[in-house]
Write a new protein. Structure first.
Length: 285
């Protein structure tokens, strides 16, 4: 029989070991494994910094909007590069007066690199298999701290737009080893519900979410859309914000099925879409 003091000491040591394993070793292992198959955070941030420098000199390296080659162009950082360092670089560039806009995707503010390791994003959503190629994208999924930085940037205006990064791929492009799989997922049909999930979790106010999905993207490119103001084009999405549905890629309107959210239960659905006043989509038809 162990003395009580020794037994308590052993239990404390085991608990400390478990804490270190879960909160220190495990995140490092996941990050190292993901880095084997994707761009490092350092490479991503350096690329963003380089693009910002070039954009101030009138050169184009990504997606840009510019009216005159003689003027510094407005630079739109697409997909937002997913890393906290990229968020910081964009925020600092805006503070310096650099003409820049940025967008983020629902999968980058919903998932982390744990999805690549086959871990569930939350307790009520199913986990995929480790190295499921549907979780492979560019830029790659990052740590929780990076996801939180993207959400913070959506709130404070560093990121003006939510974009789906809808990237259809055939089954053969994904049914290969992780390292050989094509980057990208389809995001159009889950984008609204994932954004509303961010609202329900208290991470993003509803008015801000609507702005990031509508007028925000339009402003990035100087387009007169995303508003229901007088004289605006009657482009309207009718939303049932409480509609609960299970993600089944086989029932997507898209012909591709490469979604990491298969089996998820989401709330929020576009039931009708009007473009210039004309009905172009109706749920179930």
């Amino acid at each position: 029989m162990f003395p009580p003091l020794l037994l308590i000491s052993i239990i404390i040591v085991l608990l400390l070991a478990l804490i270190i394993l879960f909160f220190v070793v495990r995140p490092i292992f996941i990050t190292m494994e993901v880095r084997k198959h994707g761009k490092t955070i350092e490479a991503t941030v350096i690329k963003v910094d380089a693009e910002l420098v070039l954009s101030t000199r009138g050169y184009t390296t990504s997606y840009f909007v510019h009216a005159d080659w003689e003027d510094p162009c407005t630079h739109n950082v697409y997909h937002f590069k997913s890393a906290a360092g990229s968020v910081r670089a964009i925020r600092e560039a805006k503070a310096r007066g650099v003409r820049i806009t940025a967008e983020a995707t629902p999968h980058h503010f919903t998932l982390t690199d744990e999805a690549v390791a086959g871990m569930a994003a939350s307790g009520d959503q199913p986990a995929a298999d480790p190295y499921d190629t549907h979780a492979k994208m560019s830029p790659p999924l990052r740590a929780e701290s990076d996801r939180a930085a993207v959400v913070a940037a959506l709130n404070d205006g560093t990121i003006e737009a939510i974009a789906t990064d809808h990237a259809p791929h055939g089954a053969l492009d994904k049914q290969v080893e992780f390292i050989h799989a094509a980057n990208g997922i389809i995001g159009l049909e889950t984008s609204l519900a994932l954004t509303l999930a961010l609202v329900r979790s208290g991470e993003l106010p509803l008015p801000r979410a609507v702005e990031r999905l509508t007028v925000g993207p339009a402003r990035c490119f100087g387009l007169p859309y995303g508003t229901l103001g007088a004289g605006a084009s009657a482009d309207v999405a009718v939303v049932d914000a409480e509609r609960e549905w299970k993600v089944d890629p086989q029932r997507f309107y898209s012909r591709s099925r490469n979604s990491p959210f298969a089996g998820w239960t989401l709330r929020g659905k576009v039931v009708k879409t009007f473009v210039a006043g004309k009905l172009v989509h109706e749920e179930g038809k």
